[in-house]
Ligand binder design. Structure first.
Ligand SMILES: [Zn+2]
Length: 263
């Protein structure tokens, strides 16, 4: 049975503190995380799909934040709808988010968000949908990261591939990075703490010409080894990996996800 003792949540300020407490109260939290049930226990009495063009997500609550309603874009895939609900629940539960009315754009509910409140609501949603303790346990068991592990996380936690990728790099103990691209142009990249080398690509760069990520089709289970200088900035006089290992998943519409690792 799910429970939520709101008094215990009241003094917690950071997204991960709130989620840790929710997990402490629900040690057997089922997966995928029952985000709508948790929202209802928190005081959200209505969770409604909206179909209007350009709409992404909204929260309306009373000033005390004891009652509220969440609205989300009905036309989005389910992982995205879940993330939006988690984001709005973040605005509802984070104590400094003192507005009664939040209207969030698709940029707000994404890695492009730049207002503090939006970033915090995204962190809350990511923490809640993919709780770090549960994800870490799987990463430790899986050892060296692979795209297949991200796919498995995506299914188990019912999140987008992009979110599971980001979570993997945030929590992995290994040196790994993930490059998101569209039409062979880098959108952005994320890396784990232990990926200490600097990437020589940045937003807007073309994927390295010798990289297998440039291919039209790839098998995401295949690893390719290339000279590290295609991906990494060489640092004179310092020890430098010889090779970078890469796996690439080709998605729809020219989107690709490339996982990079080195020894
Ligand atoms: Zn928001």
């Amino acid at each position: 049975m799910l429970t939520l003792d709101l008094i215990e949540l009241a003094d917690l300020v950071r997204p991960e503190q709130l989620v840790d407490e929710i997990l402490k109260q629900n040690p057997n939290l089922p997966l995928p995380v029952p985000i709508e049930d948790l929202a209802r226990l928190a005081g959200i009495s209505k969770i409604e799909a909206v179909t209007s063009e350009g709409f992404e997500g909204a929260l309306i609550s009373n000033p005390e934040k004891s009652k509220g309603a969440i609205f989300f874009n009905a036309n989005r895939p389910k992982p995205r709808r879940r993330f939006t609900i988690g984001h709005e629940l973040g605005h509802f539960l984070l104590p400094w988010h003192r507005q009664t009315n939040f209207s969030c754009t698709s940029d707000d509910i994404s890695s492009r968000a730049n207002a503090d409140w939006e970033i915090q609501a995204n962190q809350f949603s990511a923490e809640l949908l993919m709780p770090r303790q549960l994800v870490k346990r799987r990463l430790v068991a899986n050892k060296d990261p692979e795209l297949a592990h991200i796919s498995a996380l995506t299914e188990e936690f019912e999140t987008s591939f992009e979110m599971a990728s980001r979570r993997l790099t945030e929590l992995s103990e290994y040196a790994c990075a993930i490059v998101f691209s569209k039409d062979n142009e880098v959108r952005y990249s994320v890396k784990s703490d232990n990926f200490t080398e600097k990437l020589c690509i940045r937003k807007g760069s073309t994927l390295p010409s010798k990289s297998f990520s440039r291919q039209k089709e790839t098998d995401p289970d295949d690893w390719f080894e290339i000279d590290a200088t295609w991906w990494l900035q060489e640092r004179k006089g310092l020890e430098f990996p010889e090779s970078v290992y890469e796996q690439t998943l080709c998605q729809d519409d020219g989107y690709k996800v490339t996982l990079l690792a080195y020894d």
